[in-house]
Design a protein around this ligand. Sequence first.
Ligand SMILES: [Zn+2]
Length: 392
Amino acid sequence: MIAVDRGTVTSHRRGFLGGLCSCAMLGLAGCVTQGNEPPLTSGYKPAASTDEGGLWHVMNRVETDIKRSRHLIRDPAWDAYLRGIMTRLSADFSSDMRIYLMRTPYFNASMAPNGMMQVWTGLLLRVDNEAELAAVLGHEMGHYMQRHSLAKLRDARARADVATFLSVGLGAVGSLAGIAMMAGHFAFSREQEREADEIGLNLMTRAGYTPIAASEVWQQLLEEQKVDPNPKNDSIMFATHPSNDERMTTLRARAEETGVKGEAYAERYRARIRDIRFMLLEDELRLRQYERSLVLLQRLQKETPGDGELVYFEAETYRLRDKDGDRTLAETTYERALLAPDAPPQAWRSLGLVQRRDGRHEAAQQSFKKYLDLRPDAEDRAIIASYMEKSA
Ligand SMILES: [Zn+2]
């Protein structure tokens, strides 16, 4: 929910600064400070000679790189699904925007001024239903429609920030540190965020989604934030957005005012995410922010109790966290996962690893064998087989 793409802003520094749009973009020609720009109409394209045209030009080049990014998930089913939501939110504007699904395990979405939206997979993992996702997409569309990036660019007070953003940003080549730094330099104002929230809420309500979902997204993030001992793990969005408590409360009150109940489309969302959820949960655990992951996993299990995959990942979290008592907790949780008909075979492997570490070699042997029987083509077959030989 940040102004400009921060995901893969790339190495156009020289080209950009030496190019036609640098003066206009940096405001060196002495742009007048402006608070708000008139909203866009659908189908709008700025003239190339304007500062806005320059901004679009840079972002079009960034978009070319995004299309080639190794983080981009190229999946026609996801593209159609996301586009479908966007079209329900605004049929008029949806053809002016493109959504890119980026495999990055943090909660974030962003909108560039040229209509390029990014959705990160950490967000997909953290929304419970389609309405929550629609709330985020609607918010981002609000930034686009209101031309918030342009307003920021023309705001003299922000000029130094924008200049820093551009110099840092265009050299950052998609590193997460670079992304976070840029986010801090090119954040929208609180008023812009409130405006985008309002637009998002209106769009989703009109489209038949339940408006309460917008505040629920923030509530979930706050719950994760509360348990995290390391504030550095805060979502990039926390660094750039207005107080989340305030935002959650406002959105809740506004949703109640609408008097609209609407649909959440939870089942449809779960069916959509099912084929990539295992991969996304693996990405999540690689962040080693176990307290947050546990909040997330326990919340997801409330929605679908007894889901073998979620119980397995909860057990994985204990095993990897490895605090006092975690090994026992992991073992009982793997056993619980294995009661579910959809338990991933990996639960046997990990159970075997815990048993092996405890010196229970016979039990470990049996668990490993079950794993390899269920996944004869497992990518880690050789290593698991070698564990079996050693403990035989
Ligand atoms: Zn935002």
